[in-house]
Design a protein around this ligand. Structure first.
Ligand code: AMP
Ligand code: GLY
Length: 423
């Protein structure tokens, strides 16, 4: 199989790593890829927002499958353009990707089909006054979300009416998230613990991958600003078999049915962010793609032919038997640039990766670049150092923190408590 993978982050590096294990893989092209994916295939510097260029590349290189990693090309309809040219794609069409791209659509869908989620109300910019009036009538804390894509930064947990009014004002009057924040969801604050669930689906049938827990806050003990994710681990013991059954029954099955009924049949990875409170699941968010950095811990603990899973799904006939779950544990810790998620410096040399990489330590590149053959920092989240253990989560934790201490770059910062939530 000749495969194109779209994206350039740690998630795509992990997908490239996993599909490279498949004996069915011939050529792998990563568009645009990063210095990590370069070792697994050919990085191709093309702009994925130019659909004709991508289609032409696929035709010229006899591509059998395109895997789309990030949400932006999905929400932008790259899958539709490829399918219209009879190219197999893993990833939802534009109308199905709205489950992430338009949170007001996904909240309305959940309400209409009785899928458990926080109670909410949607307001557009034109309804500024009624949104302020609504803030008088609700309990605090409350959660306010930009309806459109905001790179994971569009959610505010407001402790008071004053904070909520300020956030609404920034979104509606000061264009904090541009057009993405012109529609807001004001929703109930959910108590509990969160997990990330990936359902791989051809729209009719699905498999669930092992549950993971992300760590969104910048600092240890879940304090400080929200980030794109500072680390993750899997499997998450919070999600027992019994809870997973409930998630299938109350969330995944009705959501896939609902999407079909709405003429938005879903093909790809449906990511459900789930809050568990007293054993009951409630949807915090849906994403139209694999999570980042959760993918970096979920893929290392599955066995079998992951490429076959994605390829059969793309063709509309998921081969559920192509993978199974191992009894390993994985942890990924994000090595970030000092200052992230605010401003930070880049361009510092990175050393030590080759010394730590082994069968059980995988270092995924998230924000790096090569200049004259020297690897340098090039983003807020630089590397995802990942350890896999046959023994236990605490063994994986020892391995990962020993590895991260041997990787050096100026301004390296990371959380020291990844996986401590596991009970
Ligand atoms: P999201 O980008 O929707 O995942 O939201 C970012 C983070 O905000 C989530 O991971 C949760 O920790 C938190 N969050 C979002 N919605 C709620 C809610 N309704 N109640 C409590 N926390 C929430
Ligand atoms: N880890 C959160 C996300 O991928 O949205």
């Amino acid at each position: 199989m000749n495969v194109v993978l779209i994206g350039s982050g740690g998630r795509e590096h992990a997908i490239a790593y996993k599909i490279s294990e498949s004996k069915n893989l011939d050529e792998l092209y990563i568009i645009p890829g990063n210095p990590g994916t370069e070792k697994l295939g050919k990085n191709i510097d093309l702009d994925s927002s130019n659909h004709s260029l991508i289609i032409e590349f696929c035709k010229n290189n006899n591509i059998d499958l395109v895997i789309i990693g990030p949400e932006i090309p999905l929400v932008d309809g790259l899958a539709d353009s490829l399918r219209a040219n009879e190219i197999n794609v893993f990833g939802p069409n534009k109308k199905a990707a709205e489950i992430e791209g338009d949170k007001s659509f996904s909240k309305d869908l959940m309400k209409k089909y009785n899928i458990p989620t926080a109670s909410f109300k949607v307001f557009t910019k034109e309804e500024y006054n009624s949104s302020l009036e609504y803030l008088n009538r609700i309990c605090y804390p409350t959660v306010i979300k930009a309806s459109g894509l905001a790179a994971g930064k569009g959610v505010a947990i407001c402790e008071s009416k004053k904070e909520a009014e300020e956030y609404v004002k920034q979104c509606f009057n000061e264009s904090l998230f541009g057009s993405s924040g012109e529609t807001l969801i004001i929703e109930e604050f959910l108590q509990g613990e969160e997990a990330s669930i990936f359902a791989i689906t051809d729209g009719d049938n699905f498999v669930l991958l092992p549950a993971a827990q992300d760590h969104k806050r910048r600092f240890d003990g879940d304090i400080g600003p929200n980030t794109g994710g500072m680390g993750a681990y899997a499997p998450a013991p919070l999600i027992t078999d019994e809870i997973l059954k409930k998630i299938s029954k109350k969330v995944i099955i009705p959501t896939l049915e609902a999407m079909k009924s709405e003429g938005r049949k879903y093909n790809g990875c449906l990511y459900a962010g789930i809050m568990i409170n007293n054993g009951e699941p409630s949807v915090v968010e849906f994403n139209c793609r694999f999570g980042d950095p959760e993918t970096q811990v979920v893929l290392p603990i599955i066995k079998g032919d992951f490429l076959e899973l994605l390829s059969s799904t793309a063709k509309g006939n998921i081969n559920k038997a192509s993978i199974s779950v191992s009894n390993k544990n994985a942890i990924t810790v994000v090595a970030a640039s000092d200052g992230y998620p605010g401003s930070y410096k880049k361009g510092f040399e990175i050393t030590g990766i080759e010394d730590v990489e082994s069968e059980n330590i995988w270092v995924f590149h998230a924000g790096t670049k090569k200049e004259e053959n020297i690897l340098k920092t090039n983003g807020g989240r630089v590397l995802n150092i990942t350890a896999i253990s046959d023994l236990s989560l605490s063994d994986a934790k020892n391995l990962v923190y020993s590895a991260i201490s041997k990787i050096e770059f100026e301004g390296k910062v990371y959380r020291k408590d990844i996986s401590d939530k596991a009970k």
